[in-house]
Design a protein around this ligand. Structure first.
Ligand SMILES: C[C@H]1O[C@@H](n2cnc3c(N)ncnc32)[C@H](O)[C@@H]1O
Ligand SMILES: [Zn+2]
Length: 438
């Protein structure tokens, strides 16, 4: 075994020696359970050091949390672009997804995890299909995930029964894995794809199991207009009536919320996941009203959405898109400053998924990213947050730890070649099967 391989397999306490936090050079001590045991003075003495990572010329930041993904859609990257959301879903994405296999989801999720690790993400909130295979990929890659089966009943009773079974079976499967990094949530896709009965069942099941809810909300104006026409209520009110708005709910997009809906989300303790790149690409024509959500006290976090509407999973780019879109759309250069964008991508995401404080503090899980302080994007280095949000992308990430385990070091992730080959082969096979069937 080479020396560089050791760091991925070694177990024990870790000392990150001399990394930069808030402009100071400090040691970070991580105990053998993967918890931060000390930062700065006295950190070295807090543990019996097994593994040392050189932190010099590295900015230490909390691991990023991607709160809205369809990870295996990495296989659909670039498959269909430049379309209206409804056409894109109904003409391109759903017909291809009809041919998805468990193996596709396994390889797509492996590819997504690889991409996330390489850009500093340690946890994600996923909604897709064949999620037992997604769990296998997450387990192998070493990051955290909350996995939801995408519940879509299209108001067809037989389909609803099938979705209920799939949701229950995933919950049982995730429980049986007993992996603290992997959790499950209920994933009612949206108010336009799930019946009232389906939404109510999802809410009840989530409550009974003590798990979260992951839903798309108010992504387009059409969603709001159609919902009002069909039910007399706006989407957030409808979800609330069905019991879907809880402190463990993550609502993705939230572009077309009105001010009262922002207050409702805050009151219910819902986390709103901002997905600026996807929203701009699909031209949903309104930016999430961040100022109203913030004023109401809602937890606003960040997500990329799937690789078919983004088309990557780089949360550094997403922080920049969020900060720029908010300023541009609401005509306010002071809205969503860099520090807040970092908080959105870290602490707010961790709060949404319940993965810890999402900060570098003693007692927190050691989900730590080391960014190259010598990279072009960090030169000069007046304000770290400014560079992280406005200048860098995920390529500046050098080392990633999740629960104290090293997942990437000096940009090496074990098994990268095999993942790239496996995912490319799965994508070819998926598109081939779809062509044959049409
Ligand atoms: C879980 C389901 O969500 C779909 N999906 C992917 N991106 C979006 C989006 N921006 N809005 C709504 N649904 C989406 C996936 O294609 C899958 O069918
Ligand atoms: Zn989505």
């Amino acid at each position: 075994m080479t020396e560089s391989d050791d760091i991925f397999t070694a177990r024990g306490s870790v000392l990150i020696a001399g990394a930069i936090i808030d402009g100071s050079t400090v040691d970070i001590a991580i105990d053998e359970t993967g918890t931060i045991a000390g930062i700065g003075e006295g950190a070295r003495e807090a543990i019996d050091v097994d593994i040392i990572i050189d932190g010099s010329e590295r900015l230490a930041v909390p691991g990023l949390v991607n709160t809205h993904t369809h990870a295996a859609m990495s296989l659909l990257r670039g498959y269909a672009d430049d379309m209206l959301l409804q056409d894109w879903l109904s003409q391109k994405i759903w017909p291809l997804e009809a041919h998805l296999s468990g193996d596709d989801v396994y390889w797509g999720t492996k590819l997504a995890c690889l991409e996330m690790i390489k850009s500093g993400t340690v946890a994600f909130n996923d909604m897709y299909f064949f999620m037992d295979r997604a769990a296998e990929a997450v387990d192998e890659m070493g990051i955290r995930a909350t996995l939801a089966y995408g519940f879509i009943d299209l108001s067809i009773p037989e389909k609803r029964e099938a979705e209920i079974k799939a949701t229950e079976s995933l919950a049982r499967h995730i429980q049986s894995l007993d992996n603290p990094r992997i959790r499950t949530a209920v994933g009612p896709h949206s108010v336009y794809t799930v019946s009232l009965e389906g939404l109510r069942w999802c809410a009840e099941f989530a409550k009974e199991q003590g798990i979260g809810i992951h839903v798309h909300l108010a992504e387009t104006e059409k969603e709001v207009v159609d919902c009002v026409a069909q039910t007399g209520k706006r989407p957030a009110a409808l979800l609330d009536e069905c019991g879907c708005l809880t402190p463990r709910t993550v609502a993705a997009h939230c572009c077309w919320l009105d001010e009262a809906e922002c207050r409702l989300l805050a009151e219910r303790g819902v986390s709103a996941s901002h997905n600026p790149a996807s929203n701009m690409k699909l031209a949903v024509n309104r930016a999430m009203p961040y100022h109203w959500l913030k004023q109401a006290g809602a937890n606003v976090c960040l997500g990329t959405d799937g690789c078919s509407s983004n088309n990557n999973l780089d949360m550094f780019e997403e922080m920049k898109f969020a900060a720029l879109l908010q300023k541009f759309a609401w005509n306010s250069p002071t809205l969503l400053p860099a520090g807040e964008a970092v908080t959105m991508a870290t602490a707010a995401g961790a709060r949404a998924l319940g993965t810890g404080p999402g900060t570098l503090t003693v007692g927190a899980p050691a989900d730590i990213v080391l960014v190259d302080a010598r990279a072009v994007c960090n030169t000069p280095l007046y304000h770290a947050d400014s560079n992280l949000v406005y200048a860098c992308n995920g390529d500046a990430v050098m080392t990633v730890l999740c629960q104290g385990r090293v997942l990437m070091h000096e940009r090496t992730v074990p098994g990268e070649e095999e993942i790239l080959e496996g995912a490319a082969a799965a994508a070819r096979s998926l598109v081939g099967r779809a062509r044959q069937a049409s």
